[in-house]
Design a protein around this ligand. Structure first.
Ligand code: ADP
Ligand code: MG
Length: 437
Protein backbone atom coordinates (compact mmCIF):
# COMPACT_ATOMS: atom_id res chain seq x y z
CA UNK A 1 0.00 0.00 0.00
CA UNK A 2 1.33 3.42 -0.97
CA UNK A 3 -0.16 6.88 -0.75
CA UNK A 4 -0.69 7.01 -4.51
CA UNK A 5 -2.81 3.82 -4.27
CA UNK A 6 -5.16 5.94 -2.19
CA UNK A 7 -5.82 8.27 -5.13
CA UNK A 8 -4.30 11.25 -3.48
CA UNK A 9 -3.74 14.15 -5.86
CA UNK A 10 -0.25 15.19 -6.92
CA UNK A 11 0.16 18.42 -4.91
CA UNK A 12 -0.64 16.56 -1.70
CA UNK A 13 1.45 13.52 -2.62
CA UNK A 14 4.38 15.84 -3.07
CA UNK A 15 3.88 17.35 0.38
CA UNK A 16 3.66 13.86 1.90
CA UNK A 17 6.88 12.96 0.15
CA UNK A 18 8.53 16.05 1.63
CA UNK A 19 7.57 14.71 5.04
CA UNK A 20 9.48 11.55 4.25
CA UNK A 21 6.51 9.22 4.75
CA UNK A 22 6.94 6.00 2.77
CA UNK A 23 3.54 4.40 3.26
CA UNK A 24 0.25 5.18 4.97
CA UNK A 25 -0.27 4.04 8.55
CA UNK A 26 -3.20 1.60 9.09
CA UNK A 27 -5.61 4.32 10.16
CA UNK A 28 -4.61 6.43 7.16
CA UNK A 29 -5.08 3.52 4.76
CA UNK A 30 -8.59 2.95 6.10
CA UNK A 31 -9.72 6.49 6.71
CA UNK A 32 -8.49 8.30 3.61
CA UNK A 33 -10.59 6.40 0.99
CA UNK A 34 -13.69 6.59 3.20
CA UNK A 35 -13.31 10.29 3.69
CA UNK A 36 -12.66 10.93 0.01
CA UNK A 37 -16.00 9.25 -0.68
CA UNK A 38 -17.56 11.90 1.51
CA UNK A 39 -18.63 9.56 4.29
CA UNK A 40 -18.62 10.32 7.99
CA UNK A 41 -16.05 8.53 10.07
CA UNK A 42 -15.74 7.29 13.61
CA UNK A 43 -12.06 6.55 14.18
CA UNK A 44 -10.67 4.80 17.20
CA UNK A 45 -6.91 4.68 17.34
CA UNK A 46 -4.19 5.26 19.87
CA UNK A 47 -2.01 8.31 19.87
CA UNK A 48 0.93 8.14 17.54
CA UNK A 49 -0.91 6.23 14.81
CA UNK A 50 -1.00 9.13 12.36
CA UNK A 51 -4.57 10.32 12.82
CA UNK A 52 -3.80 13.92 11.93
CA UNK A 53 -2.72 13.13 8.38
CA UNK A 54 -5.62 10.66 8.16
CA UNK A 55 -8.08 13.53 8.36
CA UNK A 56 -6.03 16.45 7.05
CA UNK A 57 -5.09 14.82 3.72
CA UNK A 58 -8.65 14.05 2.52
CA UNK A 59 -9.87 17.35 3.84
CA UNK A 60 -7.27 19.27 1.82
CA UNK A 61 -7.96 17.15 -1.22
CA UNK A 62 -11.67 17.90 -1.14
CA UNK A 63 -11.06 21.59 -0.57
CA UNK A 64 -8.67 21.58 -3.51
CA UNK A 65 -11.02 19.76 -5.86
CA UNK A 66 -13.96 22.01 -5.03
CA UNK A 67 -12.03 25.29 -4.98
CA UNK A 68 -13.51 28.19 -6.83
CA UNK A 69 -11.73 30.83 -8.85
CA UNK A 70 -13.65 33.50 -7.09
CA UNK A 71 -11.37 36.18 -5.71
CA UNK A 72 -11.91 37.82 -2.38
CA UNK A 73 -11.89 36.82 1.24
CA UNK A 74 -11.68 33.11 2.01
CA UNK A 75 -14.61 31.59 3.84
CA UNK A 76 -14.18 28.96 6.56
CA UNK A 77 -15.09 25.56 5.15
CA UNK A 78 -13.45 23.23 7.63
CA UNK A 79 -13.45 23.28 11.41
CA UNK A 80 -11.19 21.14 13.57
CA UNK A 81 -11.74 21.08 17.31
CA UNK A 82 -8.98 20.00 19.63
CA UNK A 83 -8.97 19.76 23.42
CA UNK A 84 -5.67 21.50 24.11
CA UNK A 85 -3.81 24.49 22.79
CA UNK A 86 -0.68 22.47 22.16
CA UNK A 87 -2.52 19.96 20.04
CA UNK A 88 -4.37 22.69 18.15
CA UNK A 89 -1.07 24.35 17.28
CA UNK A 90 0.39 21.03 16.23
CA UNK A 91 -2.55 20.23 13.95
CA UNK A 92 -2.26 23.66 12.40
CA UNK A 93 1.48 23.13 11.80
CA UNK A 94 0.70 19.79 10.15
CA UNK A 95 -1.89 21.43 7.90
CA UNK A 96 0.71 24.00 6.88
CA UNK A 97 3.05 21.15 5.89
CA UNK A 98 0.49 19.15 3.93
CA UNK A 99 -1.03 22.18 2.18
CA UNK A 100 2.29 23.48 0.91
CA UNK A 101 1.29 22.87 -2.71
CA UNK A 102 -2.50 23.16 -2.50
CA UNK A 103 -2.40 26.73 -1.28
CA UNK A 104 -4.96 26.36 1.49
CA UNK A 105 -4.89 28.64 4.43
CA UNK A 106 -5.57 27.69 8.01
CA UNK A 107 -5.81 29.60 11.25
CA UNK A 108 -5.48 28.37 14.81
CA UNK A 109 -7.27 29.91 17.77
CA UNK A 110 -6.99 28.99 21.45
CA UNK A 111 -7.36 30.58 24.84
CA UNK A 112 -4.76 31.73 27.32
CA UNK A 113 -3.40 34.52 25.16
CA UNK A 114 -4.85 37.79 23.96
CA UNK A 115 -7.21 37.43 21.07
CA UNK A 116 -6.01 40.32 18.92
CA UNK A 117 -3.72 38.37 16.57
CA UNK A 118 -6.33 35.66 16.17
CA UNK A 119 -9.14 38.03 15.36
CA UNK A 120 -7.09 39.88 12.78
CA UNK A 121 -6.17 36.57 11.14
CA UNK A 122 -9.86 35.69 11.10
CA UNK A 123 -10.67 39.01 9.50
CA UNK A 124 -8.24 38.23 6.67
CA UNK A 125 -10.01 34.91 6.07
CA UNK A 126 -8.99 31.26 5.82
CA UNK A 127 -10.26 27.89 4.59
CA UNK A 128 -9.61 25.92 7.74
CA UNK A 129 -10.01 26.80 11.38
CA UNK A 130 -8.35 24.81 14.16
CA UNK A 131 -9.71 25.73 17.56
CA UNK A 132 -10.06 24.84 21.19
CA UNK A 133 -13.72 24.91 22.29
CA UNK A 134 -13.67 27.80 24.76
CA UNK A 135 -11.96 30.37 22.57
CA UNK A 136 -14.03 29.31 19.59
CA UNK A 137 -17.32 29.95 21.38
CA UNK A 138 -15.94 33.20 22.70
CA UNK A 139 -15.03 34.47 19.23
CA UNK A 140 -18.30 33.22 17.78
CA UNK A 141 -20.17 35.21 20.42
CA UNK A 142 -18.12 38.29 19.52
CA UNK A 143 -18.98 37.85 15.86
CA UNK A 144 -15.49 37.03 14.61
CA UNK A 145 -16.23 33.46 13.56
CA UNK A 146 -19.05 32.26 11.34
CA UNK A 147 -19.59 28.55 10.95
CA UNK A 148 -22.51 28.64 8.54
CA UNK A 149 -20.40 27.58 5.54
CA UNK A 150 -18.56 24.73 7.25
CA UNK A 151 -18.55 21.56 5.16
CA UNK A 152 -16.04 19.50 7.11
CA UNK A 153 -16.08 19.11 10.84
CA UNK A 154 -13.42 17.22 12.79
CA UNK A 155 -13.50 16.44 16.48
CA UNK A 156 -10.06 15.22 17.52
CA UNK A 157 -9.22 13.45 20.79
CA UNK A 158 -12.89 13.31 21.74
CA UNK A 159 -12.33 11.30 24.93
CA UNK A 160 -9.94 13.90 26.24
CA UNK A 161 -12.46 16.58 25.32
CA UNK A 162 -15.01 14.89 27.58
CA UNK A 163 -12.49 14.33 30.35
CA UNK A 164 -11.78 18.03 30.31
CA UNK A 165 -15.46 18.88 30.65
CA UNK A 166 -15.98 20.29 27.16
CA UNK A 167 -19.14 18.33 26.43
CA UNK A 168 -21.50 21.32 26.66
CA UNK A 169 -19.20 23.50 24.61
CA UNK A 170 -19.09 20.87 21.91
CA UNK A 171 -22.84 20.47 21.84
CA UNK A 172 -23.16 24.21 21.54
CA UNK A 173 -20.67 24.34 18.67
CA UNK A 174 -22.53 21.60 16.80
CA UNK A 175 -25.74 23.62 16.85
CA UNK A 176 -23.91 26.34 14.92
CA UNK A 177 -22.83 24.05 12.09
CA UNK A 178 -24.83 23.44 8.92
CA UNK A 179 -26.53 20.04 9.08
CA UNK A 180 -25.25 19.15 5.65
CA UNK A 181 -21.60 18.48 6.29
CA UNK A 182 -19.03 15.73 6.56
CA UNK A 183 -18.10 14.92 10.15
CA UNK A 184 -15.13 13.08 11.56
CA UNK A 185 -14.80 11.91 15.08
CA UNK A 186 -11.55 10.62 16.55
CA UNK A 187 -10.96 9.16 19.94
CA UNK A 188 -8.26 6.99 21.47
CA UNK A 189 -10.84 5.16 23.58
CA UNK A 190 -14.51 4.45 22.97
CA UNK A 191 -16.42 4.43 26.24
CA UNK A 192 -20.23 4.67 26.14
CA UNK A 193 -20.35 8.43 26.58
CA UNK A 194 -18.16 8.88 23.52
CA UNK A 195 -20.30 6.61 21.37
CA UNK A 196 -23.36 8.57 22.52
CA UNK A 197 -21.78 11.87 21.61
CA UNK A 198 -20.61 10.55 18.26
CA UNK A 199 -24.20 9.60 17.41
CA UNK A 200 -25.20 13.23 17.78
CA UNK A 201 -22.50 14.35 15.39
CA UNK A 202 -22.13 11.66 12.75
CA UNK A 203 -24.44 10.39 10.05
CA UNK A 204 -24.13 6.65 9.30
CA UNK A 205 -20.39 6.73 9.83
CA UNK A 206 -17.85 4.17 8.84
CA UNK A 207 -16.16 2.86 11.93
CA UNK A 208 -12.43 2.37 11.82
CA UNK A 209 -10.73 0.89 14.83
CA UNK A 210 -7.03 0.23 15.11
CA UNK A 211 -6.49 -2.11 18.00
CA UNK A 212 -4.26 -0.77 20.74
CA UNK A 213 -2.41 -4.08 20.96
CA UNK A 214 -1.12 -3.56 17.47
CA UNK A 215 0.18 -0.11 18.18
CA UNK A 216 1.20 1.29 21.51
CA UNK A 217 1.81 -1.78 23.60
CA UNK A 218 3.76 -3.66 20.96
CA UNK A 219 6.26 -1.03 20.03
CA UNK A 220 7.04 0.22 23.48
CA UNK A 221 9.14 -1.65 25.99
CA UNK A 222 7.48 -1.17 29.34
CA UNK A 223 9.17 -1.57 32.70
CA UNK A 224 8.03 -1.28 36.26
CA UNK A 225 10.11 -0.08 39.19
CA UNK A 226 8.81 -0.65 42.69
CA UNK A 227 10.03 2.20 44.82
CA UNK A 228 8.92 3.95 47.96
CA UNK A 229 7.49 7.40 47.47
CA UNK A 230 10.41 9.07 49.23
CA UNK A 231 12.96 7.39 46.96
CA UNK A 232 11.32 8.35 43.69
CA UNK A 233 13.48 11.42 43.13
CA UNK A 234 16.66 9.46 43.68
CA UNK A 235 15.53 6.68 41.40
CA UNK A 236 14.75 9.30 38.78
CA UNK A 237 18.21 10.83 39.07
CA UNK A 238 19.75 7.38 38.91
CA UNK A 239 17.90 6.55 35.72
CA UNK A 240 18.64 9.89 34.10
CA UNK A 241 22.34 9.39 34.80
CA UNK A 242 22.17 5.89 33.40
CA UNK A 243 20.26 6.80 30.24
CA UNK A 244 22.51 9.75 29.41
CA UNK A 245 20.95 12.62 27.49
CA UNK A 246 18.13 10.80 25.82
CA UNK A 247 15.01 12.85 25.36
CA UNK A 248 12.72 12.00 28.25
CA UNK A 249 9.21 13.02 29.15
CA UNK A 250 8.34 12.67 32.82
CA UNK A 251 4.72 12.61 33.89
CA UNK A 252 3.55 14.02 37.16
CA UNK A 253 -0.04 13.80 38.30
CA UNK A 254 -0.12 17.38 39.59
CA UNK A 255 1.22 20.75 38.52
CA UNK A 256 2.79 21.22 41.90
CA UNK A 257 4.46 17.82 41.63
CA UNK A 258 5.87 18.71 38.21
CA UNK A 259 7.49 21.87 39.55
CA UNK A 260 8.87 19.96 42.49
CA UNK A 261 10.53 17.39 40.24
CA UNK A 262 12.16 20.15 38.20
CA UNK A 263 13.43 21.81 41.38
CA UNK A 264 14.92 18.56 42.64
CA UNK A 265 16.60 17.83 39.34
CA UNK A 266 18.01 21.33 39.11
CA UNK A 267 19.57 20.93 42.53
CA UNK A 268 21.57 18.08 41.02
CA UNK A 269 22.41 20.20 37.98
CA UNK A 270 20.12 18.23 35.73
CA UNK A 271 18.60 20.56 33.18
CA UNK A 272 14.87 20.12 33.01
CA UNK A 273 11.72 22.14 32.50
CA UNK A 274 8.05 21.73 33.26
CA UNK A 275 4.90 22.38 31.27
CA UNK A 276 1.50 22.46 32.88
CA UNK A 277 -1.68 24.47 33.06
CA UNK A 278 -0.31 27.13 35.42
CA UNK A 279 2.27 28.25 32.89
CA UNK A 280 1.27 30.79 30.30
CA UNK A 281 0.51 29.53 26.84
CA UNK A 282 3.54 31.29 25.42
CA UNK A 283 5.92 29.82 27.93
CA UNK A 284 4.50 26.31 27.39
CA UNK A 285 4.90 26.64 23.65
CA UNK A 286 8.43 28.00 23.90
CA UNK A 287 9.45 25.24 26.28
CA UNK A 288 8.02 22.63 23.95
CA UNK A 289 9.80 24.04 20.92
CA UNK A 290 13.12 24.09 22.76
CA UNK A 291 12.57 20.51 23.88
CA UNK A 292 11.78 19.48 20.30
CA UNK A 293 14.97 21.17 19.16
CA UNK A 294 16.96 19.22 21.75
CA UNK A 295 17.97 22.31 23.72
CA UNK A 296 17.35 20.27 26.84
CA UNK A 297 16.42 16.64 27.24
CA UNK A 298 14.18 16.31 30.29
CA UNK A 299 10.64 17.62 30.12
CA UNK A 300 8.25 17.25 33.04
CA UNK A 301 4.56 17.51 32.25
CA UNK A 302 1.09 16.96 33.57
CA UNK A 303 -1.31 14.84 31.55
CA UNK A 304 -3.34 17.69 30.18
CA UNK A 305 -0.35 19.73 29.05
CA UNK A 306 1.24 16.74 27.32
CA UNK A 307 -1.83 15.31 25.70
CA UNK A 308 -1.48 14.88 21.95
CA UNK A 309 2.00 16.37 21.95
CA UNK A 310 4.06 14.85 19.22
CA UNK A 311 7.79 14.87 19.73
CA UNK A 312 9.32 12.51 17.25
CA UNK A 313 12.33 10.69 18.59
CA UNK A 314 11.13 10.89 22.17
CA UNK A 315 12.94 7.86 23.55
CA UNK A 316 11.69 7.54 27.08
CA UNK A 317 8.54 8.21 29.05
CA UNK A 318 8.71 8.01 32.83
CA UNK A 319 5.55 7.76 34.88
CA UNK A 320 6.76 9.36 38.07
CA UNK A 321 3.25 8.98 39.39
CA UNK A 322 0.92 6.29 38.19
CA UNK A 323 -2.22 7.72 36.60
CA UNK A 324 -5.42 6.85 38.44
CA UNK A 325 -7.33 6.57 35.15
CA UNK A 326 -5.92 3.49 33.39
CA UNK A 327 -6.47 4.85 29.85
CA UNK A 328 -4.17 7.73 30.72
CA UNK A 329 -1.34 5.22 30.97
CA UNK A 330 -1.79 4.33 27.31
CA UNK A 331 -1.93 7.98 26.31
CA UNK A 332 1.23 8.66 28.25
CA UNK A 333 3.34 5.84 26.93
CA UNK A 334 2.02 6.65 23.45
CA UNK A 335 4.12 9.82 23.57
CA UNK A 336 7.09 7.61 22.80
CA UNK A 337 7.27 5.03 20.04
CA UNK A 338 5.73 7.47 17.57
CA UNK A 339 5.04 6.16 14.07
CA UNK A 340 7.88 3.87 13.07
CA UNK A 341 10.08 4.59 16.09
CA UNK A 342 10.32 2.31 19.09
CA UNK A 343 10.25 3.60 22.62
CA UNK A 344 10.59 2.82 26.27
CA UNK A 345 8.23 3.54 29.13
CA UNK A 346 9.20 3.28 32.77
CA UNK A 347 6.66 3.37 35.56
CA UNK A 348 7.39 4.04 39.22
CA UNK A 349 5.06 2.32 41.63
CA UNK A 350 4.87 3.02 45.34
CA UNK A 351 2.76 0.97 47.70
CA UNK A 352 -0.17 3.39 47.58
CA UNK A 353 -0.32 3.14 43.79
CA UNK A 354 -0.71 -0.60 43.46
CA UNK A 355 -4.43 -0.53 42.78
CA UNK A 356 -3.88 1.89 39.89
CA UNK A 357 -1.26 -0.46 38.50
CA UNK A 358 -3.63 -3.38 38.69
CA UNK A 359 -6.24 -1.54 36.63
CA UNK A 360 -3.68 -0.57 34.03
CA UNK A 361 -2.48 -4.13 33.59
CA UNK A 362 -6.04 -5.27 33.24
CA UNK A 363 -6.66 -2.69 30.53
CA UNK A 364 -3.52 -3.45 28.53
CA UNK A 365 -3.98 -7.18 29.15
CA UNK A 366 -0.33 -7.40 29.90
CA UNK A 367 1.98 -7.58 32.87
CA UNK A 368 4.55 -4.86 32.89
CA UNK A 369 7.98 -6.32 33.36
CA UNK A 370 9.38 -5.63 36.82
CA UNK A 371 12.95 -4.43 37.17
CA UNK A 372 14.42 -5.43 40.52
CA UNK A 373 18.02 -4.59 39.86
CA UNK A 374 18.27 -1.00 40.99
CA UNK A 375 19.42 0.61 44.23
CA UNK A 376 15.97 1.80 45.28
CA UNK A 377 14.03 -1.35 44.86
CA UNK A 378 11.45 -1.65 47.57
CA UNK A 379 10.77 -5.33 48.12
CA UNK A 380 7.82 -4.57 50.33
CA UNK A 381 6.08 -3.11 47.35
CA UNK A 382 5.92 -6.28 45.38
CA UNK A 383 2.41 -7.46 45.47
CA UNK A 384 3.11 -10.66 47.32
CA UNK A 385 -0.28 -12.08 46.78
CA UNK A 386 -0.07 -11.54 43.08
CA UNK A 387 3.22 -13.35 42.72
CA UNK A 388 2.48 -15.92 45.39
CA UNK A 389 -0.71 -17.05 43.73
CA UNK A 390 1.05 -17.85 40.54
CA UNK A 391 2.83 -20.65 42.24
CA UNK A 392 0.78 -23.48 43.54
CA UNK A 393 1.66 -25.20 46.85
CA UNK A 394 2.65 -21.91 48.29
CA UNK A 395 1.86 -21.88 51.95
CA UNK A 396 3.31 -18.54 52.79
CA UNK A 397 3.36 -16.23 49.83
CA UNK A 398 5.46 -13.79 51.83
CA UNK A 399 8.52 -15.99 51.59
CA UNK A 400 7.76 -17.57 48.29
CA UNK A 401 8.02 -14.43 46.25
CA UNK A 402 11.79 -14.39 45.72
CA UNK A 403 11.97 -18.13 45.09
CA UNK A 404 9.80 -18.25 42.04
CA UNK A 405 11.75 -15.62 40.25
CA UNK A 406 14.33 -16.38 37.64
CA UNK A 407 17.05 -13.91 36.91
CA UNK A 408 18.35 -13.49 33.43
CA UNK A 409 21.36 -11.48 32.52
CA UNK A 410 20.46 -9.10 29.73
CA UNK A 411 23.13 -6.58 28.92
CA UNK A 412 23.92 -4.63 32.02
CA UNK A 413 20.37 -4.97 33.23
CA UNK A 414 19.35 -7.77 35.48
CA UNK A 415 15.76 -8.26 34.53
CA UNK A 416 13.85 -10.52 36.80
CA UNK A 417 10.54 -11.98 35.94
CA UNK A 418 8.35 -14.66 37.32
CA UNK A 419 8.36 -17.76 35.17
CA UNK A 420 4.73 -17.51 34.26
CA UNK A 421 4.89 -13.90 33.43
CA UNK A 422 7.66 -14.45 30.96
CA UNK A 423 5.58 -16.94 29.04
CA UNK A 424 4.21 -15.34 25.91
CA UNK A 425 1.06 -17.37 26.03
CA UNK A 426 0.24 -16.45 29.53
CA UNK A 427 -3.40 -15.52 29.53
CA UNK A 428 -3.72 -12.70 31.93
CA UNK A 429 -7.48 -12.50 31.77
CA UNK A 430 -7.97 -16.15 32.51
CA UNK A 431 -5.56 -16.06 35.39
CA UNK A 432 -7.45 -13.13 36.74
CA UNK A 433 -10.70 -15.05 36.75
CA UNK A 434 -9.03 -18.04 38.28
CA UNK A 435 -7.73 -15.94 41.09
CA UNK A 436 -11.16 -14.61 41.87
CA UNK A 437 -12.77 -18.03 42.04
P1 ADP B 1 -1.95 10.76 16.40
O1 ADP B 1 -2.79 11.96 16.06
O2 ADP B 1 -2.58 9.48 16.02
O3 ADP B 1 -1.50 10.79 17.82
P2 ADP B 1 0.00 12.03 14.73
O4 ADP B 1 -0.89 12.40 13.62
O5 ADP B 1 0.41 13.11 15.67
O6 ADP B 1 -0.62 10.83 15.54
O7 ADP B 1 1.29 11.31 14.08
C1 ADP B 1 2.30 10.77 14.87
C2 ADP B 1 3.65 10.88 14.19
O8 ADP B 1 3.71 10.01 13.06
C3 ADP B 1 3.96 12.27 13.64
O9 ADP B 1 5.30 12.57 13.92
C4 ADP B 1 3.73 12.14 12.15
O10 ADP B 1 4.54 13.06 11.46
C5 ADP B 1 4.14 10.71 11.90
N1 ADP B 1 3.47 10.09 10.76
C6 ADP B 1 2.18 10.24 10.38
N2 ADP B 1 1.90 9.51 9.31
C7 ADP B 1 3.03 8.84 8.98
C8 ADP B 1 3.38 7.91 7.93
N3 ADP B 1 2.50 7.53 7.04
N4 ADP B 1 4.64 7.45 7.92
C9 ADP B 1 5.54 7.86 8.84
N5 ADP B 1 5.28 8.73 9.83
C10 ADP B 1 4.04 9.21 9.90
MG1 MG C 1 -3.65 13.33 17.15
Amino acid sequence: MTFSNLEIIAPILKAIEDQGFKKPTPIQAEAIPTLLEGRDLLGCAQTGTGKTAAFVIPLLQQLYLTRSNRKGKRILKALIISPTRELAIQINDDITDYSKYTGNKSIVIYGGIRQHKQTSALRTGADILVATPGRLLDLIAQGYVHLNKIKYFVLDEADQMLDMGFIHDIKKIITKLPTKRQSLFFSATMPKTIIELSKQILFSPKRVAIEPEKTTAEKISQYLYYVSKSDKVDLLKYLIAKKKNISTLIFSRTKHGADKIVRFLRKSNIKSEAIHGNKSQNSRQKTLQRFKKNKFSILVATDIAARGIDVSKLSLVINYDIPNVPETYIHRIGRTGRAQETGEAITFCSSSEKSFLKNIQKLIKQRIQVILDHPFHNQKNIDRLEIGKEKKNTKKPRFSAPKIKTAKKQGDNLKVESRKRSSKNFNFKRSFKRKKS
